[in-house]
Write a protein that binds this ligand. Structure first.
Ligand SMILES: [Zn+2]
Ligand SMILES: [Zn+2]
Length: 350
């Protein structure tokens, strides 16, 4: 095993996943912080990228928690030993979007889990403003905070379209769907989830959410044009179709929707139908630093979050070689078998 490494995905390599040695001792500048990632979640968008990526070196990992092991001389808000996380959108902190609190739309951003950088590495250097300190909660609950922030961000977008907290349909009861359901319920929305995978339906029911099989919802005439608010947390990876084509079926007149799902194939709405319904849709891009900060302070030590993590996190796999990663991805791809799969990086402070 290498002492300090990062993980690459190369679709043309025999093993697909490779570890590459990195330098753990390089000096860090004034506002930099050196972090040791501890848990990295496998997310639907990782599976999406693995299906679509054709290059030679994709870095993996954007949902993560870790510990600060070194701080630059100018760092004030964090110290060695602090537990931290970040948004997948690593923002510049200076552009117009950043100064307006919309760092997810930063024009100079780097994405975690891209060709540039991923969180699945033993040493990660980030800027002070990019890191959010976590207080409270167990490791497992902390590891899904970024996903909860996706739910919070989706609801911020929904609120910007329509302020009333009404009947909300969520497509997909995967990690994003469930986290969004938790956030929305806490804000007073009346939530219904639609899902096709029986194990996910059971999990959502077990957590106390109202969930219906998509097939049954389509047979129920009362469900047609029933929802003033919709969040799409499905997506078309792993051979699925995603739920976008049902938006105009379930959406009520004047419905508002937020698209969180990622699509590989083109999404083709019928403009006449959208016009007739006077629909409004927003496509979401990542989570802002301020949203992640608010999410962490609101949720990290709550009972609700640890209950959700207990149901949702079905696998924790110790990462010691690329073979473990292959196993983790195979487990995550079988959605009847797994909810959230977490990779645990080797401990030790070197
Ligand atoms: Zn994710
Ligand atoms: Zn920026």
């Amino acid at each position: 095993m290498l002492k300090a490494f990062e993980v690459l995905y190369n679709p043309r390599a025999d093993q697909k996943f490779e570890t590459l040695a990195i330098n753990a001792d390089s000096p860090i500048s004034e506002n930099d912080i050196l972090v040791k990632p501890l848990l990295v979640g496998v997310c639907g968008s990782d599976l999406f990228h693995l299906e679509s990526y054709r290059g030679a070196a994709l870095r993996i990992g954007h949902e993560w928690i870790g510990d600060v092991i070194k701080v630059g001389a100018g760092v004030r808000s964090l110290k060695i030993g602090d537990r931290v996380t970040s948004s997948a959108v690593l923002a510049c902190g200076r552009c117009e979007a950043c100064t307006q609190g919309k760092s997810n739309y930063c024009t100079n951003s780097t994405i975690l889990g891209s060709e540039v950088i991923g969180a699945l590495r033993t040493h990660l250097v980030l800027k002070e403003h990019q890191l959010v300190k976590i207080l409270g909660g167990d490791d497992q609950a902390q590891a899904i905070l970024e996903v909860v922030a996706v739910g919070e961000q989706a609801l911020i977008h929904l609120q910007s379209l329509k302020a009333d907290r009404q009947r909300l349909l969520i497509f997909g009861a995967g990690s994003v769907g469930l986290c969004t359901a938790m956030v929305a319920s806490s804000q007073g929305y009346e939530v219904i989830l639609l899902e096709t995978i029986p194990e996910r339906i059971k999990r959502a029911q077990g957590l106390g959410y109202r969930v219906m099989a998509l097939g049954l919802a389509l047979l129920d005439p009362e469900m047609r044009h029933h929802f003033p608010l919709i969040i799409d947390a499905s997506g078309d990876h792993l051979g699925g179709k995603g739920a976008w084509s049902y938006l105009t079926y379930f959406g009520a007149k004047d419905f508002h929707g937020v698209m969180v799902a990622k699509y590989l194939k083109p999404v083709q709405f019928d403009p006449n139908q959208l016009a007739l319904l006077q629909a409004r849709l927003v496509w979401m891009r990542g989570v802002s630093e301020s949203c992640l900060r608010d999410t962490v302070s609101k949720w990290s030590s709550t009972q609700k979050l640890s209950e959700l993590a207990q149901e949702l996190v079905t696998h924790q796999i110790d990462f010691s070689s690329p073979v473990d990663l292959k196993q983790a991805f195979e487990t995550a791809q079988d959605r009847s078998l797994s909810g959230k799969v977490l990779l645990r990086l080797p401990e030790g402070n070197s």
